[in-house]
Write a protein that binds this ligand. Structure first.
Ligand SMILES: [Zn+2]
Length: 72
């Protein structure tokens, strides 16, 4: 652990290694998550890991559910 230069709270050194300079509380970026997304069709499908903000993820989830409903 190291000290966040902004607030002085402990932050993981790993976070610094990832290119962040302040702790999660000080970061202005919203939380991000990796979402596995199926691409292609038929025999040519693969899974992409897309990085989204929580906001984008909520929209994606909604869209995905609507598409699944249409298939039924
Ligand atoms: Zn901080």
């Amino acid at each position: 652990m190291m000290e966040c230069p902004q607030c002085g709270n402990p932050m993981p050194i790993k976070r610094k290694e990832l290119g962040y300079h302040v702790c999660i509380n000080c970061s202005t970026e919203s939380a991000k998550r990796g979402v596995p997304i199926m691409r292609g069709s038929g025999d040519h499908t693969w899974v992409d890991l897309e990085i989204m903000t929580q906001d984008q993820f909520e929209k994606y989830k909604k869209l995905d559910q609507e598409q699944k409903k249409k298939k039924d």
